[in-house]
Design a protein around this ligand. Structure first.
Ligand code: GRF
Length: 209
């Protein structure tokens, strides 16, 4: 019997540690899928090197080379479609995407965000949580919709904010949870366990072995 693995394309802008966590989980069999393509909007993103070392096809679509968001989005869509992905994962991808682009991939594009959405959409989430004396913080994996960081939530992981936390220590503890949560959700998606129905997410129980 041939088992077809889901094809995963990951979009990054920098370090790529979340991407690496997903790649690791595909290699050790925790995800029934393969990362077949990594795309960065920055040619110097460190994560590209990691992907190449793992034999994954890489592309750069440099946003600075395009005069408009529409032109960038069109080039990005062309690069994504060339890899024929079943799932697209935004993992530290720091560009806002236009409505038409997002709607093209609705239901098969996930994002990891470093806060407990709907709290703290956008950037600088750890410092904002500390400034507001939040007692809990964390990360969210959600489907991407045209509202930035506003799409249906699939799963979240929570960390306590400690009295002596600064933005660096808090970010590090949240990142640990990101590295656990993102591969888990990608695994659910690739196993066909996540359904999105009229903006509501359901996750089917793990089938008995
Ligand atoms: C992560 O915290 C991600 O949630 C945020 O940017 C960071 C990217 O880290 N959007 P990495 O590139 O995955 O290491």
């Amino acid at each position: 019997m041939t088992v077809s693995l889901a094809r995963i394309t990951i979009l990054i802008s920098g370090r790529g540690s979340n991407m690496a966590a997903v790649v690791d989980a595909t290699i050790n069999g925790r995800i029934a899928g393969a990362v077949t393509h990594v795309i960065s909007n920055r040619p110097d993103a460190a994560g590209l090197e990691y992907a190449r070392r793992h034999g994954i096809a890489t592309s750069v679509v440099d946003h600075r080379a395009f005069a408009s968001r529409e032109a960038f989005d069109a080039a990005l869509a062309e690069a994504i479609d060339a890899g024929e992905p079943d799932l697209i994962v935004l993992a530290g991808f720091m560009r806002i995407l236009g409505r038409a682009f997002v709607e093209r991939y609705q239901g098969r594009m996930l994002n990891i965000h470093p806060s407990l959405l709907p709290a703290y959409p956008g950037t600088d989430t750890h410092a904002r949580a500390l400034r507001e004396r939040a007692t809990r913080h964390g990360c969210t994996v959600h489907f991407v919709t045209p509202e930035v960081d506003g799409g249906p939530i699939v799963a979240q992981a929570v960390v306590d904010v400690l009295a002596d936390d600064d933005a660096t220590t808090l970010a590090a503890r949240v990142l640990e949870q990101e590295h656990r949560l993102l591969p888990q959700v990608v695994g659910w998606f690739c196993a066909g366990r996540i359904a999105l129905d009229h903006g509501r997410v359901t996750i089917a129980a793990e089938p008995p072995r």
